[in-house]
Design a protein around this ligand. Sequence first.
Ligand SMILES: Nc1ncnc2c1ncn2[C@@H]1O[C@H](COP(=O)(O)OP(=O)(O)OP(=O)(O)O)[C@@H](O)[C@H]1O
Length: 641
Amino acid sequence: MLLRFPVPLHLLLLRRHQHLLPNSVPSKRFNFSHPPQSLFKTVPVLRVGYPTSTFSEDESDVELGRLLSLLPEEMRRRVSEHPELHMLIEVVMDLGRKPLARFPSGDFVISEYPITVQDIQHATAQVGDFAVDNRAGISRTLHRISAIRNRKGTIIGLTCRVGRAISGTANLLQDLVQDGSSLLLIGPPGVGKTTIIREIARMLANDYKKRVMIVDTSNEIGGDGDIPHAGIGSARRMQVPNSDMQHKVLIEAVENHMPQVIVIDEIGTKLEAMAASTIAQRGIQLVATAHGITIENLIMNPSLEMLVGGIQSVTLGDEEASRRGVQKTILERKGPSTFSCAVEIISKTQLQIHRSLEATVDAILSGRFPNVEVRRMKSQEQEESVQTRQDAPEIGGEIMLEDAPERADLKTRQDESPLMLPNDMLENSWEHKLPLRLFCYGILEATVTQAIKQLKMNDADLQLTDNISEANALLALQSKLKKNSRIQAAFKSHDIPVYVTKTSSLEHVTKAIRALLSDYEDGLIVFGSIDKIKDSEKADALEEARMAIEHIVIPKGETVDLLPRSYQVVSLQLDLVRSYQLEARRISGESNVHHLRIFPSHYVMDDVITSDTSESDDFSSSNGSANGSLNNLNRLPLLPE
Ligand SMILES: Nc1ncnc2c1ncn2[C@@H]1O[C@H](COP(=O)(O)OP(=O)(O)OP(=O)(O)O)[C@@H](O)[C@H]1O
């Protein structure tokens, strides 16, 4: 028969460890404010100001007014009354649907009346011509109006994006810009790439007195109209008749206008990549954006791989392959990359710098983690910091910091996040447990970084480590892990939980991290090493096990299930049980809840089994073979001294 522990002790422990029980975990959250540790070091830097519109408030209002004038009266009034008006991102107008205004905090319906043909005509009449890419602008503003057409070519939808020149957005990159490094910026749509390169163009032209030429394919950097927007400072701008001509205009810029710097938004084709490479070979500083979220995306993209030096497959001799410990056919970088540095824009306040793009590409191709510097802007109240991997050089210089809109943005995301608990709960139960350190095997760091972003976590809360002894968990690609028994053994000996993914895709990695976080929040695995678990928690767990052994298991010869505990704490209990020469099993239930089952015997079993909740019942059945075997035992072990 399977016995549960007597009620009073049970209740006592339940009260004390309520947060460890699966159904007592109220919700999920992570600490967005926890200071970064471990892999990163914090380099304090001088604060000189915050990103602000390049213009006075009046000028900004006038520009925004030009976009709002595209809207019918009622919609304009509703948007204007919105408290986040100065953070407006886009207005979306689709025929037959209610119009939406997009703010960092979410989408708002700005009229109960669906958009009519007249509404769309009213808007399109006020903007310049739509080019072949279906984009148009409003003269001398940075706004971008993008059209959706029906099959006959009639416009039936508009996305009206607010463009703003925001000074300070490129200050995290000031040292690299000043060095003359060629910079490639990548990031998801709408993350602020164009805004940053506009500011870099202005900085280079005005502050560093460089001859800057912008090749402005859809007039997004310098704005619509023939006189460029003041946001680019004294940089010059070449317009491009249509996007197919971009590579030609790039070459023309170099041949005709003697620039020291070329700035270009959205390198997307092989021809453009080739033109960029030609420019780089002439020693001109190139600042560009490209499609893609991570460097790996570029490596995988046959049109853009040239930007990172090109990729080739090389077959090694048997001896060389075994010396390097790799397969015979490997991927290698073909030649020098077009850009010296690359920047992954993670959010409007966080960048990842690859100081040597070539070294990053080489690392990725050989399955290693590249060195990155994480730079972020922080709120006015917080200490500003630049985080670097310990092996990366520090940066100095002035950093312009986060603006109010982004703080509001972050706050909203926190509020909406399913990972949230109120702050007081966070401080009491989680703060001492952060950050979580993850050892990845066969999965790229960039993918994990993206997953962290998708989970809306601060990357200081989930850090990567190359050191097994400080890892809280292993996240591995199943196929690779299977082949490496040494890694498996190393993690087993450190008693570190392992999470595997079938592929290294962002989707699967995100899922695995979500499962891991969920286990952390359920208290099933522990932040930090066993040393960081509270002494009181360890003492309770061991006392519970001791009492169960001495009061039930040995004297009555009955099996006892202990309370659910974290993985490491269950391991401690297991050690204690073994010191009594008793057998026990760690049981993982349906939602991966661990608890220890102690048997009144020396019966030899596997250390770990996985079961669902019903398994416990089967196991306790008197007809069950396992229990049957237990019943055959006629001698109980001696109590230890
Ligand atoms: N630091 C910032 N603070 C506040 N708003 C910003 C910031 N950077 C950019 N924005 C706003 O975010 C929106 C998108 O910016 P931007 O067009 O630069 O992004 P993008 O990455 O180039 O987008 P896409 O890839 O779609 O062209 C714009 O409305 C811009 O004004």
